[in-house]
Design a protein around this ligand. Structure first.
Ligand SMILES: [Zn+2]
Ligand SMILES: [Zn+2]
Length: 866
């Protein structure tokens, strides 16, 4: 700033508020500062942090997430990239409705007010976002494209309606979200049990992409293995066989069993149906006693579903008294209904093979159902399985009983051979699965199949604060899509929000009643709104072209920026958000909108922040507010602490003292530069910085102390640079910068030439810039640097200068030269002797002998043996 007086004595006290407010104001006056460039010739880099829900206040988890992304963005700018670093608001959802009820504020007003507050907090912390691309999902400019996508999905048969269960509170007379069901009861009516009701709802056919979503996980090597495993399990592909069993009475129903182990079917001693299986219902209809028991099983199941742990439920069932025919051998096996069989898993019916399945074994032991072995281990396998446990093992009744044939049951591995299995006896398990599946198909009672655990995505919400689904219902034409020209279907305002009596939109006649786009007659609008995961499935494409009024985004622009180079967020989004957005990308590719198959190249999931060994939560009273930390220590200290306390992937145990420590370090940096800034002339800084032009100042021409700090600088540049390449242990980077600062102080005390100190100081400020941007900018200006720090080249290290100096020390044994050891200068004598004794060559001369003398002169080692 030109009007500042040059003669002013520099204030040495570190005042983060004064510095940070000054720079925050300057940065906000310059919207082009962090703007991504159009038509740039630079390489691109798209770094993105997951967008927040605008609750009204940032929490420390946000600060940590954004501090990581911001450090990376700043580093990439300094490395000459065209960086896209945007931010937005995932602003639809239930909390806005709840707030509307408790404070009488309309959801839109509440949401936009919160966005303002949080944006102020972000700006105060100095995050470098390109706000010209801000995306707010609750505004029609954005959500009209959700509707546009919905129409595209509908045209292609990828959006459809089907009946599905919802949580229903009979007192509220409304649907509850899963998070509003607490211990099976309504969150507002603690005395009221939540019921399950069937409603027509909208679904997206994510299962059409199940195979590809699974396969392409192998093409994401830069995603955490943990996330890929979670997605694999969620998609849950299993190869198996469908087999039709017929109830044994004339005209009896056929039901289909799914099994991954058809090779064991000769060992099936019962079949088990889900309590909600249609055949169960049919059998129960004719048998009041059975009906009663089935009702109990259904109740137990829904209870277990609420607790979220169906696997932990105690397994039990009821014999229907009916039998079904195993089509492979004509055997009649009893039909049971069991509480651990789910209708929405596989076919809702299984065959039970106790000898070769853990769960079936447990069930058979409980109810005394026959356990029949049909697989014997291959040589070697059984011996291992029986060792030491033969007393507990259940012996099969009819086998050639050698040790290897009689494993402990259940014997569940595929490494075996079939016995007692008719014409398939003698086949290996794997071979049998193939042949027996083919046999079923040939005889028209089954086939090989692939099933997925992944279900279609139910996107209907009976809520107000979401994207209206652009469909109408006409008595004559049925379900009719809203024509594209009539988009957006605007979410009405001034809606009376109550949480009772169904979706609030059904009580807005101007919204509800419309005309049919096809026949012009009266029609009714869809009153369900979309799941907010629709917004987050594609919002990051909108950032590339945020103001496009004709399309969700321009394909060419998206093609330049995508895939996202680095995405950063919480592990809690490993499944839903990150599967839905992969699905959305594949769909957009199939309609020609994008070229990439996957949205995200590299994914990073940061660790959680805890305090006093617990997750921060209001109820525990251990929440640390970012505002309070900024107030006490400033934005730089707060964000730098979140990077310094531990590596970003680890859980961070918050310590206020730690923030104070970072603050003291920054004050120390400030003090040093304030004192030495005047030494920063162009001539002096070039002498030792990374951009050394003056080759006369080679390491050999420097004093050892000066050489030491130069070496430390280059080692520090190397450490920080290497960590930015992917390891991201910013905690060790920051420690390295701290060590460098200590050495600067030591060098200053030793009277190292100003020419050397100034260069090191300059690069130190650059190294600090991604972590403490405010202070770095302030110091940069203090140094009289004319360039914008954000675009100043990142310092480069010289491997030669980073190298530790080494000296060679000859080692004599009984006066004869036997080896040479290499040590750093200044290594203590006893360490040199130890190293000499550890030397292989030296060892061969002293082995078996008595060492009588060890001498080190600092230039020579002599060992005397006898
Ligand atoms: Zn209720
Ligand atoms: Zn019509």
């Amino acid at each position: 700033m030109p009007q500042e007086e040059p003669t002013i004595v520099r204030e040495e006290r570190y005042d983060p508020h004064q510095i940070e407010e000054k720079w925050a104001e300057r940065w906000q006056r310059d919207p082009a500062l962090y703007a991504a460039e159009a038509n740039s010739t630079k390489p691109k880099y798209y770094v993105l942090e997951m967008l927040p829900y605008p609750s009204g206040a940032l929490h420390m988890g946000h600060v940590r997430n954004y501090a990581i992304g911001d450090a990376l963005a700043r580093y990439m700018w300094m490395n000459g990239y065209n960086v896209l670093h945007p931010m937005g608001w995932d602003s639809f959802g239930l909390p806005a409705e709840n707030a509307a009820i408790s404070n009488q504020t309309p959801p839109r007003q509440w949401t936009l007010g919160n966005i303002e507050k949080m944006k102020r907090q972000m700006n105060r912390l100095g995050f470098a976002y390109d706000w010209s691309r801000e995306v707010t999902t609750c505004l029609p400019e954005f959500y009209r494209w959700n509707q546009w996508f919905f129409l595209r999905l509908f045209e292609r048969g990828l959006a459809y309606r089907k009946k599905s269960k919802v949580n229903w509170c009979p007192k509220c007379c409304t649907v509850l979200a899963n998070e509003q069901v607490i211990n099976g009861r309504c969150w507002r009516h603690e005395d009221t049990l939540v019921e399950q009701r069937e409603l027509e709802q909208w679904f997206l056919r994510t299962t059409n992409y199940a195979d590809e979503l699974l396969r392409d996980l192998d093409r994401l090597p830069c995603w955490p293995e943990k996330v890929r495993t979670m997605q694999r399990n969620w998609i849950g592909r299993s190869e198996g066989t469908l087999v039709d069993f017929r109830l044994d009475y004339s005209g009896g129903d056929v039901f289909t069993v799914f099994t991954t182990r058809v090779d064991t079917i000769y060992g099936a001693t019962s079949v088990q149906l889900a309590p909600e299986h249609p055949v169960t219902a049919e059998l129960a209809a004719a048998d009041p006693d059975l009906r009663l028991k089935v009702t109990q099983l259904i109740a137990e199941q829904s209870k277990a579903k609420e607790s979220g742990d169906i696997a932990a439920v105690e397994k039990h069932g009821v014999d229907t008294g009916h039998v079904a025919v195993n089509p492979y051998n004509g055997e009649r096996v009893p039909v049971w209904v069991a509480n651990y069989i789910l209708m929405d898993y596989g076919t809702g019916a299984i065959m039970s093979v106790p000898a070769h399945d853990d769960r079936d074994y447990e069930f058979a032991k409980k109810y005394g159902i026959e356990i029949r072995q049909v697989i014997i281990p291959n040589a070697g396998e059984g011996a291992r399985a029986t060792q030491g446990q033969s007393d507990k093992s259940v012996r099969p009744t009819q086998t050639n009983s050698t040790q290897a044939d009689a494993p402990e049951l259940p014997f569940t591995t595929l490494d075996g051979t079939l016995v007692n299995s008719g014409e398939f006896t003698g086949l290996s398990c794997e071979e049998a699965i193939k042949k027996m599946s083919a046999y079923a198909e040939q005889h028209k009672f089954g086939k090989a199949t692939v099933t997925f655990r992944l279900k279609d995505w139910g996107i209907s919400r009976q809520r107000y604060w979401g994207t209206p689904i652009p469909m109408v219902y006409c008595e004559k034409d049925g379900v009719v899509p809203v024509p594209e020209k009539d988009l957006p279907v605007i979410l009405p305002e001034n809606v009376d929000i109550t949480l009772t009596g169904g979706s609030p939109l059904t009580r807005v006649p101007e919204f509800l009643n419309t005309t049919c786009p096809r026949c012009g007659g009266p029609a009714r609008r869809e009153t369900d709104t979309m799941d907010t995961f629709v917004d987050s499935s594609w919002y990051f494409y909108r950032y590339t072209d945020a103001h496009n009024g004709k399309a969700p985004f321009d394909s060419k622009i998206a093609a330049y920026w995508f895939p996202i180079d680095q995405y950063i967020g919480g592990i809690e989004h490993a499944i839903l958000h990150l599967i839905y957005s992969r699905f959305w990308t594949k769909f957009m590719r199939d309609i020609g909108l994008v070229k990439n198959d996957e949205p995200v190249e590299r994914l990073f999931t940061q660790g959680m922040i805890i305090k006093a060994a617990a997750k921060m939560s209001k109820s525990l009273g251990n929440v640390v507010s970012p505002d309070e930390m900024v107030e006490r220590y400033g934005g730089d200290s707060t964000r730098m602490y979140t990077l310094f306390a531990t590596s970003p992937d680890r859980e961070l145990d918050w310590q206020d003292d730690g923030v104070a420590g970072v603050y003291r370090f920054l004050a120390k940096v400030h003090r040093f530069v304030a004192r030495n800034a005047q030494n920063n002339s162009v001539e002096t800084q070039l002498a030792a910085s990374s951009e050394r032009a003056d080759k006369t100042l080679q390491p050999t021409s420097l004093q050892p102390e000066a050489r030491a700090i130069q070496r430390k600088l280059h080692q520090t540049i190397k450490r920080v640079t290497d960590d930015f390449q992917g390891r991201w242990h910013f905690n060790t980077c920051i420690s390295a910068v701290m060590e460098l600062v200590n050495e600067l102080y030591a060098a200053e005390a030793k009277g190292i030439p100003v020419s050397v100190l100034a260069g090191v100081q300059r690069d130190m400020v650059l190294l600090l810039a991604p972590f403490a941007p405010y202070l770095s900018h302030e110091l940069w200006e203090m140094l009289g640097e004319p360039s914008n720090l954000l675009k100043t080249p990142w310092p480069k290290y010289d491997p030669e200068l980073a190298k530790e100096e080494k000296i060679e020390i000859p080692v004599q044994v009984n006066g004869k030269l036997r080896s040479v050891v290499v040590v750093a200068p200044g290594t203590p004598d006893d360490q040199i002797i130890q190293q000499a004794l550890a030397d292989e060559k030296v060892q061969s001369y002293v082995a078996g002998k008595q060492i009588v003398k060890k001498i080190c002169t600092g230039k020579l080692v002599n060992i005397v043996v006898r």
